[in-house]
Design a protein around this ligand. Structure first.
Ligand SMILES: Nc1ncnc2c1ncn2[C@@H]1O[C@H](COP(=O)(O)OP(=O)(O)OP(=O)(O)O)[C@@H](O)[C@H]1O
Length: 318
């Protein structure tokens, strides 16, 4: 039973009016792991998470949370699941310390509120009413409220949005500890460094569907693409060259061979993507020398999660 996923979503569809905003989405989140759900604005992340939290009723598909149905088994799930909503959902007239104390009294064996307050730096604004808290302070209080009941599973909707770098570090440390204690953490985020740092499993959603999933390493090497995507290679790297001279991708393609893709994403920049090794780098620079073209900079690296995200979801604004 304990090996069963904490969250299992199959074929989830949720419509607003006639428009499906979640359109056949599958998602599995494991215990003792951080699952990050990424996607452009309006992709359907919050709607999916709200279906898992029992706040919205799916139009079709199944949602199981700790083996239960979040709509019909809400009462049984409430003490076992922590939820941090984007808007906080906190009573605005109450003082921060009273909110946390009140929430902790709802649980049989809550965490120490003093320890949570210390970890998240709540003392500085303990006596301030929620309505007067800054955005980042409110987020920190909402996180404390989500964790105080020692949940087995937590949903964190953009947990570090609006937080200063110190608070963000404190939140990340706390999330790692929860994961190490066996808690299942599901978070949505727009911060690619947050996902790269924290996530064991990344799910990229666009248009209400999963377009890719896997570990950060799998995604950045192309191994985590959804069916239909082109699989990459574990040794794939990109050589990025800034050059002063009129060299076209086709000029280099013949030199490096068919295992590489050569592109020019911007004027004066060439990228060579494939199994880049010292021989390939030497072949490229030799060809540029033959053409009397000076290399301004040359970097070999793996693609970042942001590169992958933009490739998958496009560059147009939503
Ligand atoms: N109650 C509602 N009624 C109608 N449309 C809604 C409702 N809630 C959400 N939507 C629409 O559903 C789509 C998906 O919204 P959702 O909040 O799930 O996206 P998201 O991926 O969480 O986006 P963001 O990154 O901006 O938080 C959006 O186009 C949104 O306008």
């Amino acid at each position: 039973m304990h090996d069963s996923p904490a969250v299992e979503v199959r074929g989830l569809v949720k419509r607003y009016g006639a428009r499906p905003v979640v359109d056949g989405l599958d998602l599995v989140a494991r215990r003792g792991a951080v699952t990050a759900v990424l996607g452009p604005n309006g992709a359907g992340k919050t709607t999916t998470v709200e279906c898992c939290e029992g706040l919205r009723r799916p139009d079709s598909g199944t949602v199981r949370v700790l083996g239960l149905d979040p709509v019909t088994d809400g009462a049984a799930l409430r003490p076992r699941v922590g939820v941090m909503l984007q808007d906080g959902g906190l009573p605005t007239g109450a003082r921060a310390q009273d909110v946390l104390a009140h929430v902790s009294r709802m649980y049989a064996a809550p965490r120490s509120t003093a320890e949570l307050a210390e970890r998240l730096g709540l003392h500085a604004f303990a006596r301030t009413t929620v309505r007067r808290l800054s955005g980042g302070q409110r987020q920190r209080l909402a996180l404390a409220a989500a964790l105080v009941g020692r949940p087995e599973l937590v949903f964190l909707d953009e947990p570090s949005a609006g937080m200063d770098p110190q608070s963000r570090r404190a939140v990340w440390d706390l999330v790692r500890e929860l994961r190490d204690e066996g808690v299942a953490v599901v978070l949505t985020t727009h911060l690619m460094d947050e996902a790269e740092d924290l996530a064991d499993h990344v799910v990229v959603v666009d248009g209400g569907r999963v377009v890719a999933q896997g570990s950060v390493a799998e995604l950045t090497t192309g191994a985590g693409l959804a069916p239909g995507g082109s699989a990459g290679r574990a040794d794939e790297r990109t050589l990025v060259l800034r050059i002063a001279g009129p060299v076209q991708p086709a000029d280099l393609a013949g030199v490096v061979g068919g295992a590489f893709a050569v592109a020019s994403p911007a004027a004066g920049t060439l990228t060579v993507t494939g199994p880049v090794d010292p021989v390939a780098v030497a072949a490229v620079t030799a060809e540029l020398a033959r053409r009397d073209v000076l290399v301004g900079s040359l970097v070999v690296g793996r693609r970042t999660l942001e590169d992958v995200f933009l490739d998958l979801t496009g560059r147009s604004l939503r």
